[in-house]
Ligand binder design. Structure first.
Ligand code: PXL
Length: 276
């Protein structure tokens, strides 16, 4: 059975990070090992969330795994809460990511703003981790902080291509910008493969609301599809389609959660989509 490892927090309520990565990647038929970086009562969009740091456990977990000889097809990092955790993520890549697929989702910002607790300096350190990845998948806000350029919602194709080129200048082989719209009523992902010097863009219909945690769902689905050998472009399509369908189904529920989407309901859709 294929196996991946993902390093990110557990937000006990909120449907993001590990509480979506674990079920989605597992449902895709891939064993999912986890390195929980922190336990939060909710994700940070709620006020009053609790936070318990687990940094001290990360290296001992890696030491044990190395003794056991565990090997993973892919290593995936999501939300990381400190400079020290960024360094430990680099160590995870060095110890378990040699010749393996390394995905960095630089979770730290959206809608033009950094999430609570993050700084511009943190974004610059996140850039160093991105440079070690095979694939990175920021949204445009995260990309702007990584490149230290102003965030804009007024963009054209040339601008997006320029951002993608710059994102891969430091060493990342491929970059995927999520949440990009080139046509009104459509939303998708714009990707760049630096080695092939090739761009790829995919749009699916845009749903009328945006939700927290969909970036994590996108990254988990994309990685699952990559590990299932769907290829770079088809994996992007699968992740976009699953997120769009999930938001659609969520909005169809009258009293739906506002803090996260009903991804559980659309897992059958995802598994069917994978067979297409
Ligand atoms: O979805 C990204 C994410 C992950 N983990 C925590 C978060 C967020 C976004 O706000 O707060 C704790």
């Amino acid at each position: 059975m294929k196996k991946i490892v993902t390093m990110q927090d557990i937000s006990c309520v909120g449907k993001c990070s590990l509480t979506v990565a674990l079920p989605i990647i597992s449902a895709m038929g891939i064993e999912t090992a986890v390195i929980p970086t922190a336990v939060l009562s909710t994700h940070t969009m709620f006020s009053g969330f609790t936070f318990h740091d687990l940094t001290s456990q990360i290296r001992p977990v890696m030491d044990h795994w190395e003794k056991e000889g565990f090997d993973f097809e892919a290593v995936y990092t999501g939300y990381l809460g400190s400079f020290e955790q960024l360094k430990l993520a680099e160590e995870l890549f060095e110890r378990f990511g040699q010749d393996r697929l390394k995905l960095v989702d630089p979770c730290m910002a959206d809608n033009g703003k950094l999430y609570a607790g993050f700084t511009k300096e943190f974004a610059q350190s996140m850039k160093l981790l991105c440079n070690k990845a095979d694939i990175i998948c920021p949204n445009l806000t995260e990309a702007s902080f990584l490149l230290d350029i102003p965030y804009t919602e007024e963009y054209d194709e040339e601008y997006i291509r320029d951002v993608l080129r710059k994102l891969t200048e430091g060493g990342a082989k491929k970059a995927v910008l999520t949440g990009i719209s080139m046509t009104k009523g459509q939303l998708g992902a714009y990707a760049y493969d630096r080695e092939a010097d090739q761009f790829f863009f995919y749009e699916a219909g845009e749903e009328p609301e945006h939700f927290h945690g969909t970036g994590d769902i996108w990254a988990s689905t994309f990685l699952g599809a990559m590990v299932r050998n769907k290829g770079f472009e088809e994996s992007i399509r699968i992740a976009c389609d699953y997120v769009r369908e999930t938001i659609h189904v969520t909005l169809a529920e009258e009293n739906h959660n506002t803090y996260g989407v009903n991804f559980e309901q659309t897992i059958p859709y995802l598994l069917e989509r994978l067979q297409k």
